[in-house]
Design a protein around this ligand. Structure first.
Ligand code: NAD
Length: 497
């Protein structure tokens, strides 16, 4: 710990019942249904979360719909002003937000800081809307004396439904762009990690958005269904597991909405015999075990090509063993607990299932204990070698600190294996051959490809989404895809006689 620890913001021990944000007010839900939010390192309850009712969702959509015309008529350069103010406010509260993320989610403090930085990046991108939202025109585009142009217009109310693994960042992949384009918005955070958004909306309240432009409702399926079925909601952005992504895609589309759904993942990291192991092993460990394996871009399967596999395995196991596991608030800890008890049970049962399959379990993270945190949801780094390509370890998403190794003879076999997955979110190759790298990026079916990079996470100005069962829709989140998702193009053809 640094000497200035005492200067760091202190987070609360208990946050009470988190609030909705409707029509510019932080308000308590009337719902009798609620859940508990725990600090996963201690298993202590730090808040409760309401499962908002259909009426509360309707009130949020009412507020967003009522202000839409006025907001739309506000010029883009004026619309971005509260977003610019919000960025300044987030910079001021940056460390506190990161600490709340660690407290309710468990990720180590540096990763939490990184996630808050990525959140702010999306605000910065949206502040460029006056340029990003411009249309195009062509004089004499239709015929001599007949000009043609297209303009972009906002559509109305949009909504986003977020997962548990990035409590601060994910809603910001969507709402800043949508709102900057002149739409209004309703955010539904994950009910497993709602505290960060409670604090974020306190800060949003200071930024000076007209009431109703940006709203938040906490809840679960019932709350989401109310958004999916409200005919005034023009589009839904979802990030979460594949079965829920598919469900939301189908129900929202059946109700005539735009929809973009980012789903689950199983990411393959291919290590060629010519890879620089000194550089790539730490990168692989960070990809697979960073955020305790709970990133949609986390490496999950190591595909070792050709000779030299034994050395890679030995180095990976040694590096995984040396990872310091504990409470993420401690700056020296490298891997925190699993974020929630429900998911903790699932990860353990997936390791049990893997251990029952035909492979070698080289490092077993079950039963992992961290001194002073006996009740925490800790799973240690886990490594399986010689996995059967058809086993659950290779086919199913675990979303935990589990590395499954497959050995293949050549690059073709590695690409074939990666492409046999039903997921297609991310994939990486470690090599010093440009030819192999080009072959990989050309042929692998995935939305995000890393070349000597284990977490190929697109910045705010690039599109973010997967292929196959990792994505349902066509326009990805972020970047220019986001601008297209949140605007309607209108062509105007003009003749003056
Ligand atoms: P989840 O699908 O369980 O929940 C996501 C959201 O959907 C939550 O807000 C939840 O309240 C809501 N929800 C859950 N069940 C629902 C239902 N039946 N009907 C309507 N809404 C429902 O996902 P999670 O466990 O919170 O997050 C982990 C998953 O998210 C992993 O599969 C991970 O790969 C994925 N993820 C994907 C990306 C990506 O960019 N592709 C990014 C982050 C996380």
């Amino acid at each position: 710990m640094s000497d200035n620890t005492t200067l760091l913001p202190v987070v609360k021990e208990h946050y009470g019942r988190v609030r909705n944000y409707i029509d510019g007010e932080l308000v308590q839900s009337d719902s009798p249904r609620e859940g508990e939010v725990t600090n996963p390192a201690t298993a202590e309850v730090i808040a409760t979360v309401p499962m908002s009712t259909k009426e509360e969702v309707t009130a949020a959509v009412d507020a967003a719909q009522d202000i839409f015309e006025e907001w739309r008529e506000t010029p883009p350069n004026i619309r971005v002003q509260p977003l610019c103010r919000l960025k300044a406010l987030f910079e001021k509260n940056y460390e506190e937000l990161a600490r709340i993320v660690t407290q309710e989610h468990g990720k180590v403090i540096d990763e939490a800081r990184g996630s808050v930085r990525r959140m702010v990046d999306n605000l910065e991108f949206a502040c460029g809307i006056p340029t990003l939202m411009m249309g195009e025109n062509l004089e004499d585009g239709a015929a001599p004396g007949i000009d043609e142009e297209y303009i972009r217009q906002p559509l109305g109310v949009f909504a986003a439904v977020a997962p548990f693994n990035f409590p601060a960042m994910v809603p910001f992949w969507f709402w800043p762009q949508a709102v900057a384009c002149g739409n209004t918005f309703v955010v539904k955070p994950s009910e497993q990690v709602p505290v960060t958004q409670d604090r974020i909306f306190e800060i949003i309240d200071e930024a000076g958005f007209p009431p109703g432009v940006i709203n938040m409702v906490h809840g679960d399926k019932e709350t989401v269904d109310a958004l999916l079925d409200d005919e005034r909601v023009q589009g839904i952005s979802f990030v979460g597991s594949t079965p829920v992504a598919r469900y939301i895609y189908e129900r929202a589309a059946a109700n005539g909405k735009r929809v973009q759904c980012q789903g689950g993942a199983k990411n393959f990291l291919t290590i060629m015999p010519d890879a620089n192991l000194d550089a790539c092993v730490p990168n692989i460990i960070s990809s697979c075990l960073g955020n305790t394996g709970q990133r949609c871009l986390a490496g999950a399967v190591l595909v070792l090509v050709g000779d030299g596999a034994d050395e890679v395995v030995q180095r990976v196991v040694a590096a995984a063993k040396s990872v310091r596991v504990g409470y993420g608030m401690d700056e020296t800890v490298q891997m925190g607990p699993i974020a929630a008890s429900r998911h903790y049970d699932r990860v353990l049962s997936m390791i049990d299932a893997g251990a029952g399959e035909d492979n070698s379990l080289l490092l077993d993270g079950r039963g992992y204990r961290v001194e002073g945190y006996d009740n925490g949801f800790f799973v240690g780094p886990t490594v399986f070698d010689h996995c059967d390509p058809d086993s659950s370890l290779i086919r199913e998403e675990i979303f935990g600190p589990v590395i499954s190794i497959v050995r293949v003879p050549d690059l073709d076999a590695a690409i074939e294996l990666a492409n046999s997955s039903r997921f297609g979110n991310a994939s990486s190759i470690y090599t010093s051959s440009g030819k192999a790298a080009r072959e990989y990026r050309y042929r692998v079916q995935g939305g995000n490809i890393g070349i000597n990079i284990g977490v190929p996470a697109p910045m705010a100005y690039f599109p973010f989404g997967g292929y196959k069962d990792s994505f349902f829709g066509d326009l990805h989140g972020q970047g220019k895809d986001g601008i297209n998702f949140f605007t309607e193009r209108k062509v105007i053809i003009t003749r003056w006689v």
